[in-house]
Ligand binder design. Sequence first.
Ligand code: G3I
Length: 371
Amino acid sequence: MKLKAVFLLFGLWLAQTVSAVNDGDTMKDVLGKYFTVGAAVNIDIVYGRSPEEARIVTDNFNSIVAENCMKGEVIHPEENTYFWDDADRTVKFAEDNGLEIIGHCLVWHSQPPEWMFTYENGDTVSRAVLIDRMYHHITNVVSRYKGKIKGWDVVNEAVNDDGTMRQSPYYKIIGPDYVRLAFEFAHEADPNAELYINDFSMASPGKRATICKIVRQLKADGCRIDGIGMQSHNGIDYPDLDEYEASIDSFAACGVKVMITELDMNMLPSPDDFSGADISQHFDYQDKLNPYKSGLDSKGRKLFEKRYLDFFGIYYRHRHQISRVTFWGVTDKGSWLNDFPVEGRTNYPLLFDRENKAKPVVEKIIKLFSE
Ligand code: G3I
C-alpha cells in the first residue's frame, strides 16, 4: 500500500515536472486547433545538453524557431565562410521531433555579419556591393534549408516606434527598397517558404501604420509576403491592450497571417528611459532593479497570470486571424530577459519556471481555449 502511494506521488510529481499535462492535453493539443504554438530554442536544447527543456518543447509545442544560431553574425561570420553546425542541428531537432521550424532572421540591423557593410580598408561598401552581399547571404542560407523551414523572418525590426524607417546600414546604403529586394531574394531561394516581416512594439500606432504600408506595397510590387510577426516582448504595464488588439486587426486586414513571434513578459522594473526590445540598450545593475531574486511575491504572481490571461484572451478572440504564437524561450532560467536591459537579474517572463515546471497559468490558458 505504502509503495503504491509512493508511485502515485512520483507519477504526479513527474507529470508536473516535465509537462503541462491537463487531462493529457498540452498547449499544442488545445491551442493547436487554432494556431501553432512555438518556442525559441537555444543550442543547449538541440544538442541534448538541456534534456528537460527539450522535453518541455516536445511535450508542449509544435513549432520552434532558432533563438540565435541562424542570425547573420553566427551563421555567416566571414564573407566566404558559413557556420552551419548549430543551424543544421536545430533543423534536425525539429525533424526528429515532428516540429515545424521557422527561420530567424535574414536581414536585421543587429547581429549582422561583421564584414557586411565595409570593405577590408574599413570604408563603407557601395549600394551595389551591399545588394550583392545581401543576395548571397539570403540565397545561401535559405537554399540550404529549402523545403525544411516553413517560413523566414526576412526583415526584422525595420521600423522605429514612431513609424519612421530605422536608419540601419541596409537602409542608409541601399535605400528603402532593401526590404523589397530581401523578400525577392528569399522567395527566389525557396519559392515555397513563407516570408514574414517581424518587429517589436507593434501596438504603437505609428509603427502599425508603416508596417501596413510596407506590406501593401510589397504586395503591389508582386512580392510574396505571408505574414506579419508581432514580437510581443510585453511587460506588466505595456503595451496598451486596445492598441495591441487594433494592430492584430489592422495586420489581418492587410491580407496576411498575424503571428505572435517572441512572446514573453518582463516582470522586473524598467530603468528610466528604457523602452521596447532594442537590444542595444544597456543599463547598470542596481539592486532595486532586481527585486525578486528568490521568487515573485504573490502580487507579482497574480499580475503575471492576469497579464498572460489578458493576452491569451486576445489571442482567443482573434484565433481566426492568428496563425502562430511563439514564446521567446522555454524556461525562465534561459530567458534573454535575465540580462536585458540590465545584466544579471532574475526575471520570470515565461510559462515554465527555473525547475522546469509549468506555472499554474498554463492550465488556465488551456482551459480558456477548451471552453
Ligand atoms: O555566442 C556567445 C557565446 O559564445 C558566449 O559564451 C556568450 C557569453 O556572453 O555570449 C554569446 O552570445 C550571446 C548570445 O545571445 C547567445 O547567448 C550574445 O552576446 C547576446 O547578445 C545574444 O543575445 C541575443 C539577442 O537577441 C541578440 O542577438 C538573445 O539571446 C536573443 O534572445 C535576442 O533575441 C532577439 C530576437 O532575435 C529579435 N527580437 C528581439 C529579441 C530579444 O532581444
